[in-house]
Design a protein around this ligand. Sequence first.
Ligand code: IPE
Ligand code: IPE
Ligand code: MG
Length: 237
Amino acid sequence: MDKDQLPRHVAIIMDGNGRWAKARGMSRTQGHLEGVKRVEEIIKSARDIGIKFLTIYAFSTENWSRPQDEVSMIMRTFIMVLGQKARELSEKGVRINFIGRRQGVPTEVLNAMDEAARVTMNKTTMVLNIAFNYGARAEIVDAIKTIASQVREGKIEVDGIDEKIISSHLYTKGQPDPDLLIRTSGEERISNFLLWQLSYAELYFTDKCWPEFNEEEFFKALASFAQRERRWGSVKV
Ligand code: IPE
Ligand code: IPE
Ligand code: MG
């Protein structure tokens, strides 16, 4: 693969764990556990190939509306996987950064997140953003509140509010916007993910469910990206 054609930042909506399991007569839990294996595989692959920022959608602000036992299974798995994998990722130079609202996340989960962030801090090979209790509208609401209070305190002028200021109040501040968005499972929607940051991302949808999305499938998405012609609203010269 030509390194020049590689996206700097890849965002992934990991969808279809439940349907993958159901189609095989398994429980949704088994689907999530198989999905975790693909998360590990894709993180390693992205890191090895030279992607600098990887953002994965693990749990949305809307996912709390799922059955209680599924939500608590996801929370327990998340705590366990962070505990088991943070050190290994750290050794591979991966910095884990969480994006999403902390408010509403159980304390044990927050503790596991803080520990994973601490263990991997200062690593520079790849940033792994894990979107957890994440919603793009919530992110924008929070940014607007902060900016509004800075205006009230006289720290910034209303006329001084520009795209840079808004970007710098999002969870992804300081990072380039995603170049490529991948969504698995055949659904072709954004589901409240990175609404601001995806403005000019190339979109890639695949019918594969997340537990089937292995390195080979990931390379197909990257190969598709390499063929795209990005124009940014301009014309080809
Ligand atoms: C994605 O798979 C994982 C999470 C949202 C946590 P789903 O659980 O949404 O699987 P489907 O979409 O029901 O098949
Ligand atoms: C998006 O998937 C959220 C995550 C992958 C964590 P969902 O399964 O929650 O999205 P919808 O409900 O199909 O839009
Ligand atoms: Mg889903």
